[in-house]
Design a protein around this ligand. Structure first.
Ligand code: ATP
Ligand code: MG
Length: 236
């Protein structure tokens, strides 16, 4: 596997106190890895730490074999690790097009190229981001991230507050993007069954520690194993 993101022994948390300990994760080009787990498990903390938004308290992270030494979030994103946060962080009073143009101010993917992934957005370019539907906002947030031609896309609960049919189409779209563009995706999701349908592998985090990892097919085939891992039981 062509490893894009390699994270070893990551400790992450707040004010010097680790809430995630000794976390390992590797993701290859075009691969989708679902990061699952109950509320408060530390999933967002992992993403924030990988993106450089909170300091790393321990461990090593490398991107395409190059060590990342923490550093500012803008440096990390310029090196190719881009986070779509759970609040989507759009400029709600600017139009969709203006949001995309802002993301492109330092160059990157052509806006027309991004729109090939989200044809529904074409009709909505003149609409203020705050007036878009939740699904459209999420497409815009992912589109804005893709403009930067990320090597790794970190997605935090893109389905928050969305109807199940919208979630399904977003996740399937994301699967296609990963396969076609080769971007490595870390997908934090509460929709476990759907995530396992589109992911290649999954990792379950509970109370800051990994309690299960495997291929998405293995985990989908054994709901009891998955349930136990959510309750914090270590496996294997
Ligand atoms: N800014 C913060 N300062 C201190 N502790 C925090 C902060 N943010 C989160 N935590 C704590 O870190 C732990 C992990 O939180 P995190 O947000 O990473 O969980 P999560 O798995 O993303 O949960 P959810 O599914 O609810 O989004 C929790 O105990 C939480 O209270
Ligand atoms: Mg979270």
């Amino acid at each position: 596997m062509n490893t894009v993101l390699d994270c070893r022994g990551l400790d992450a948390g707040y004010a010097g106190h680790s809430v995630v300990r000794d976390f390992d994760l590797d993701v290859g080009a075009g691969e989708v890895v679902a990061l699952l787990g109950p509320n408060g498990a530390g999933k967002t903390t992992v993403l924030l730490s990988l993106a450089g938004l909170i300091p790393r308290l321990g461990g090593e992270v490398s991107l395409l074999g190059r060590a990342l030494h923490g550093g500012r979030p803008t440096t990390v994103s310029r090196l190719g690790m881009v986070l779509v946060p759970d609040d989507r962080a759009l400029f709600t009073t600017l139009t969709s097009l203006e949001n995309l143009q802002l993301a492109r101010r330092r160059g990157g993917m052509d806006i027309q190229e991004v729109l090939t992934h989200f044809p529904a957005l074409r009709e909505r370019l003149d609409v203020k981001a705050g007036m878009l539907s939740g699904g459209e906002q999420q497409m815009l947030a992912v589109g804005r991230a893709l403009i930067q031609r990320p090597k790794v896309l970190l997605l935090d609960e893109m389905s928050m507050g969305l109807a199940p049919t919208v979630v399904e189409s977003l996740l399937r779209g994301l699967r296609r993007i990963a396969t076609e563009s080769g971007v490595a995706v870390v997908l934090v999701e509460q929709h476990v069954t759907l995530s396992l349908e589109v992911a290649d592998r999954a990792v379950v985090l509970t109370h800051g520690a990994v309690t299960l990892r495997g291929t998405a097919a293995e985990l989908a085939a054994d709901p009891n194993l998955l349930r136990r891992s959510y309750l914090g039981a270590q496996h294997g």
